[in-house]
Design a protein around this ligand. Structure first.
Ligand SMILES: [Cu+2]
Length: 132
C-alpha cells in the first residue's frame, strides 16, 4: 500500500502595494533659488537664461528638463518680473520680485509641464517654459 503524502502549500495573500505617487496640486512646481534678485554677474556662465529687453522676453519659449534652473536677466532700466497666474506653478498665483537693470532672478522647475508667465506691470509681456 502506498501511503500518499499530501503537502499542502498555503499561499499567503499578498497585499497590493499601493504607491502614493499622485501629485498634490497644492505643492509648488517650482523652487526659487534666491528670494531676492541677484546681480547679473552672479549668473553662472552655463546657465539657461532669458534676457529681458525692449519690453520683451527675448527668448519667449525655453525648453528645459525637470530640475533645471532658468535665470531671467533684465537688461533695461524699465523694471520687469516673472509671474504665473493661479494654478500654473502652484495652487495660488506666483509673483517674482521686480528686476531693475542687470538684475537676475532664478527659478528651478521641478515638474514636467508647460508654464506660461507674464510680467506683472506689463501683462502683454509673455513667455513660456516647457519642462520635458
Ligand atoms: Cu515688464
Amino acid at each position: 500500500m502506498n501511503s500518499g503524502i499530501s503537502r499542502r502549500s498555503v499561499l499567503t495573500g499578498l497585499g497590493l502595494a499601493v504607491i502614493g505617487a499622485s501629485r498634490v496640486f497644492a505643492q509648488d512646481r517650482i523652487s526659487v533659488l534666491h528670494e531676492k534678485p541677484v546681480p547679473a554677474s552672479d549668473v553662472p556662465a552655463d546657465a539657461i537664461t532669458v534676457e529681458i529687453d525692449k519690453m520683451k522676453y527675448q527668448t519667449p519659449e525655453v525648453t528645459i528638463e525637470a530640475g533645471d534652473t532658468v535665470y531671467w536677466i533684465n537688461r533695461e532700466v524699465m523694471p520687469h518680473n516673472v509671474a504665473f497666474k493661479e494654478g500654473i506653478v502652484a495652487e495660488g498665483a506666483f509673483r517674482g520680485e521686480m528686476l531693475t537693470k542687470d538684475q537676475a532672478y532664478a527659478i528651478t522647475f521641478t515638474e514636467a509641464g508647460s508654464f506660461d508667465y507674464f510680467c506683472t506691470p506689463h501683462p502683454f509681456m509673455r513667455g513660456k517654459v516647457i519642462v520635458g
